[in-house]
Design a protein around this ligand. Structure first.
Ligand SMILES: *Cc1c(COP(=O)(O)O)cnc(C)c1O
Length: 440
């Protein structure tokens, strides 16, 4: 990989941006070396400022489910820009987006837009606390819900990658209201509710935890969570910032048949522009200002450019056709059918490649999300994920990058496929992986 321009830019960035990056995982600390800078991205490819072409499995950390620079999305943003970039007074996109989200995700009766997944999760927590008049919340170790104070306790993603799952700057007086449990352990959940159930304002979780790599809920676990929260008057918040419109139009909750009280969104619903949303039961949502006492606001919330991009993405995914096409389309043209086929091809290919070497790999996948852990043991929670051989991951990452395949620069991030990936891209990726695995 050529690095001349990237290295020059990074050297300059280090003088004026902390760590040279605006979000920590981008700094490549977990894998060593320095980040490359991107000049442009189209479809499943990114081009570095030094002219290298890479097959991209980061997909801007989730949003790029249609690949980069999708023509429909770019046209929508350009058309919106011609009408002005922000009004600070209602615009029609806001109504379209709210209606579309409520139709696609049945647990949403009302939604409010904001500007990031972090904001959505922070606001949902405040709302749950205001609604229940309780302070404590419960989260799971390795789950990431953005960088709000109450949520940076045993967090995943960059916090975990850098080995600081608890952040400095969060007063102990805040953190003490956040209870943390290991994921997928029903007994721990029952015990926590037996002790704290009546004090818990909310439980927040990723239904498919994907910020410590990727692992799936065990059968019955989410049902138990729904049962316990309902019995104790605790608000169940499904963080679908990553899984929303990724695992299907109804998100992870449709896939697992769960009806949360509140849900949070981001990433895909902004089509690569800064967007978040939270929504759910009307009686809870109506506690928000101006109707209720829970304050939440945003100068740029419902921004026309961002929502134009998000709406174009959701329409392209089929969200506007729900009433006509139904939810269970399995036609070849359905983007989720295509993503599933690409995912299965990648999973099979990588499993076969791993089997032919002696490298132990747990290949995790659901739909178009995947992660390979370098361990012989199955992974169901953070403690299992931590057993992955991270030095092997580091060498795997660089070996793949040298062969033009860009994976997330951390063991604790999921990989993403887009509808712009082709079976040929996957074949090329599997061939590269087979080569690299042999060197590990
Ligand atoms: C990315 C992510 C967030 C935070 O969203 P930002 O837009 O980065 O603030 C929250 N929850 C989950 C599950 C995420 O994957």
């Amino acid at each position: 990989m050529k690095r001349t321009r990237s290295d020059a830019l990074f050297a300059e960035a280090l003088t004026c941006i902390p760590g040279g990056v605006n979000s920590p995982v981008r700094a490549f600390r977990a894998v060593g070396g320095q980040p490359f800078f991107v000049d442009r991205a189209v479809g499943a490819r990114v081009w570095t400022v030094d002219g290298d072409e890479l097959i991209d499995y980061v997909g801007t950390w989730g949003p790029a489910i249609l690949g980069h620079a999708h023509p429909r999305l770019i046209a929508a943003v350009k058309a919106a820009a011609d009408h002005g970039t922000s009004f600070g007074i209602p615009n029609p996109f806001e109504v379209h987006m709210a209606r579309l989200l409520c139709r696609a995700v049945p647990s949403l009766q009302k939604v409010r837009m904001c500007n990031s997944g972090t904001e959505a999760c922070m606001s949902a927590i405040r709302l749950a606390r205001g609604f229940t008049r309780r302070d404590k919340i419960l989260k799971f170790d390795g789950c990431y819900h953005g960088h709000g104070d109450s949520l940076l306790v045993k967090a995943g993603s960059g916090a975990l990658t850098l080995g600081h799952p608890d952040s400095a700057g969060v007063p102990a007086d805040f953190a003490k209201h956040t209870l943390v449990l290991p994921f997928n352990e029903p007994e721990a959940l029952r015990a926590a509710f037996a002790t704290y159930g009546r004090e818990l304002a909310a439980v927040i979780l990723e239904l498919v935890p994907a910020n410590a790599g990727l692992y799936l809920p065990r059968p019955g676990y989410l049902e138990l969570l729904r049962e316990l929260t309902a019995a104790h008057g605790t608000v169940l918040i499904a963080d679908e910032v990553m899984t929303g419109f990724r695992l299907g139009l109804g998100g992870a909750q449709a896939r697992f048949g769960l009806t949360p009280d509140l849900s949070t969104f981001g990433k895909i619903i902004g089509g690569g522009l800064p967007v978040g949303a939270f929504g759910g039961r009307t009686d809870i949502m109506d506690c928000l200002a101006p109707l209720g006492p829970v304050y939440q606001a945003g100068t740029l919330s419902g921004n026309p450019l961002a929502l134009a991009a998000g709406l174009a993405a959701l329409e392209e995914l089929g969200a506007a056709d729900i009433e006509t096409a139904g939810r269970t389309s399995t036609s070849e043209a359905d983007p989720y059918t295509r993503l599933e086929a690409l995912g299965a091809q990648l999973e099979e290919g990588l499993k076969t490649a791993a089997k032919s070497t002696r490298v132990p790999v747990q290949m995790q996948r659901i739909g178009s999300m995947f992660c390979a852990y370098f361990t012989a043991e199955p992974v169901h929670q953070l403690a299992d994920a931590m057993r992955s051989d991270r030095d092997r991951f580091r060498r795997f990452f660089h070996g793949m990058l040298d062969r033009g395949i860009y994976l997330a620069p951390s063991q604790f991030e999921a990989g993403f496929l887009s509808t712009a990936h082709t079976p040929t891209d996957i074949e090329q990726t599997v061939r590269a992986a087979a080569e690299v695995l042999r060197t590990l």
